[in-house]
Design a protein. Sequence first.
Length: 213
Amino acid sequence: MDDRDKMLNAFERALLDVDRLAARQVMEQRGRDMRPIRFVEKVVLPVLEQLGAGWQDGPLALSQVYMAGRICEELIDEMLPPADPSRKNQPRMAICILEDHHALGKVMVYAVLRSGGFDLLDYGVVGVDDLVARVQADRVKVLLISVLMLPSALKIKSVRQKLMDRECDVTLIVGGAPFRFDDQLWQAVGADVMCENASDVVPAIEKMMEEKR
Ligand code: B12
């Protein structure tokens, strides 16, 4: 068993035991060369997915997956604290979870963007009409939407339509499980960009800003 497998096993055990201290220990012992975002993507994500599969196949309870999610949320908040935004001339940005209560993806993307020097509004969990009204009122130019369930992903289409009806020119960046399951879905719902991982989001926004210059 190599070091990464050992780390994955220890982290999974800690989450199943609802042992926050053990989970934090695995995170702290990850080694100097593994940046926090790498730890999240290489350890936290695969373990959560494995637990999710365990719930779908029967052996695990939803409460175990839920508690695992909560512990990971706390750890990610600790590992990726907001940094002082230092950039100028960035478009007005906002992030939200659209009619979905899976929170981790948004927490990660928000933390990565703040750590990367971007400033953005956090709308939390919102419905379509509330979202469109807030985007218009705040004159948001880049809207990041996180969804983990297919019905929520499909609602992005009406966000796009309603923004167009109000003549709001907004770049839509989307992410979450449904887009990883179906690589055509982001275009079908009218998004401009889809990112598979939180670490892809800063380069995607920088590229977009470069193109608009
Ligand atoms: C943990 C989990 C839960 C936890 C959530 C805890 C929490 N606080 O968030 C709990 C137990 C509460 C839960 C509940 C439910 N869940 Co659930 N859950 C999961 C699971 C196992 C992991 C999700 C997760 O947190 N992953 C870790 C995070 C970090 O990854 P992520 O969100 O994908 O984010 C990464 C990328 O996608 C990307 N990203 C995400 N968002 C964004 C946004 C932008 C802008 C960008 C750029 C990138 C980006 O960056 C992130 C990091 O790299 C998934 C399985 C899966 N394969 O995803 C099912 C899953 C999402 N759940 C599912 C379902 C059905 C439900 C329930 C309806 C179950 C039920 N019957 O009650 C409820 C609904 C809750 C609700 N109303 O929203 C389904 C959705 C199926 C579908 N096609 O719609 C899934 C896919 C499981 C499955 N295969 O069936 N769930």
